[in-house]
Design a protein around this ligand. Structure first.
Ligand code: RM4
Ligand code: MN
Ligand code: MN
Length: 414
């Protein structure tokens, strides 16, 4: 009998008393998927220094190898988001890149164009006042639509650093129009079945105005574009105090929640381990998702079932693969707890106006230790019951450090 088993059996018994069948919860948990970002395996840094980590990936093959290690340890991270051109293959052979990923046991996920690092983009990309530069940015995004087909990806994930730093620097209304025009062209070039995930961010690197500053702007544009355009929620891209779970609920109900970029937010776009500071917030977000996907309301339910769950994190002082595994596990724990919320009981308390009782249903569920349940799920899908300990014991960290050494080149934030 393994160490988690007694605690698991006890939990199964307690849940059965509440009318919750643990087997159906396990079946749902086995379907969970979290995509990891290729750029999170490479060196990255702050505005002040990119610290070189021993063994950090410098090529896309190495990033895919590392993502495959996360998948081996967790079993629920089967895809990797790529950032173009950070992940452009030297020989331009995207199909080979895709095959390499599959041979390692992962697949390519969302394609992220990068229109923020060329010198030309000093004043923006699709919102640039210069039409030639807008054209350059558009060409790159359209090239990414073609790459989607080559790597069999169904998600074009768009984030723009566009904005202005000073009042009067540019005409705000015209910047809006430029974006609308360009996005409409991109939308038409999406491959069959492809989705456009539109990300917003309230500041940084622009500090006076940002062209897609909030979910409302992204949502308004998605409505204009069409059903294949959906909003991407990056947890770090909100002001302090914003109720993200409410945004999630709204977008789900409208069928326009496309995906997540999970990370931690203490101050802003911290890009650190999701749930490391605010596990309760992560649970509340997952509660919106779980209750919608397990419910009957359409189109919300279908939308919830198609959400792309992705991490957008860069770890600078704590290693690369270890924190990625911790992040995947944190999402798994949040989801498991959310699935255990007694929804009928909660709804009854809500309808009866039992404020405290309703609140307590959530806080009590949040306090459940789901680790034995997850250990059992992992045992059943054939991955280590404790992914973090297994990773430490695997020797992978030492192996890549010895083989790859310390390279100062960074993953993207050069
Ligand atoms: C941005 C945003 C994008 C990511 C870049 C690297 O803040 O979150 O999703 O691609 O960082
Ligand atoms: Mn992001
Ligand atoms: Mn970000």
């Amino acid at each position: 009998m393994t160490t988690h088993r007694a605690a698991y059996m006890l939990l199964a018994e307690q849940l059965a008393e509440q009318g919750i069948d643990i087997n159906s919860i396990k079946a749902i948990l086995k379907q969970q998927q979290i995509e990891t970002p290729s750029w999170g395996y490479a060196n990255s840094g702050t505005r002040f220094k990119a610290f070189a980590w021993p063994g950090a990936a410098t090529t896309t093959h190495e990033k895919l190898d590392d993502a495959a290690q996360v998948q081996r340890m967790t079993g629920i991270a089967p895809s990797v988001a790529v950032h173009i051109p950070w992940d452009t293959p030297e020989d331009g052979d995207y199909r080979a890149m895709c095959e390499y990923a599959e041979a390692q046991g992962v697949r390519i996920g969302a394609v992220n164009p990068n229109v923020f690092q060329d010198q030309a983009y000093r004043l923006g990309s699709l919102g640039n006042p210069d039409s030639a530069i807008r054209e350059q940015a558009l060409d790159h995004v359209l090239e990414c639509c073609e790459i989607m087909t080559k790597v069999k990806s169904n998600a074009l994930s768009l984030w723009f650093a566009d904005g202005t730093n000073y009042a009067g620097q540019d005409a705000l209304r015209y910047r809006k129009r430029r974006f609308e025009e360009a996005l409409a062209i991109v939308y038409k070039q999406l491959p069959q079945g492809g989705r456009m995930l539109l990300e917003y961010k309230f500041f940084e690197p622009a500090f006076y105005s940002t062209d897609i500053p909030d979910w409302g702007t992204a949502y308004a544009w998605c409505l204009k574009l069409g059903e294949q355009a959906q909003v991407l929620v990056d947890l770090g891209h909100h002001a302090q105090g914003v109720n993200i779970e409410q945004i999630v609920g709204f977008l789900l109900d409208e069928g326009r929640l496309g995906g997540f970029h999970f990370n931690n937010r203490k101050y802003a776009d911290d890009d650190l381990i999701v749930g490391s500071v605010n596990p309760y917030e992560l649970f509340l977000i997952y509660h919106e998702l779980a209750s919608t996907e397990q419910g009957t309301d359409e189109p919300a339910r279908t939308c919830a079932r198609q959400v792309a769950y992705m991490l957008d994190q860069c770890h600078n002082i704590e290693g690369k693969i270890g924190p990625m595994i911790v992040s995947v596990v944190n999402c798994q724990e949040a989801y498991a707890r959310a699935l255990l919320v007694p929804r009928a009981e909660l709804q009854a308390a809500q309808v009866a106006g039992e404020v405290l009782a309703a609140h307590q249903i959530l806080t009590d569920t949040f306090r459940i230790d789901v680790r034995p349940l997850l250990a059992q799920v992992r045992e059943e899908i054939g991955v280590p019951t404790n992914p973090i300990a297994a990773y430490r014991a695997s020797g992978y960290e030492q192996k890549i450090a010895a083989e790859r050494g310390i390279k100062t080149s960074s993953g993207g934030f050069q």
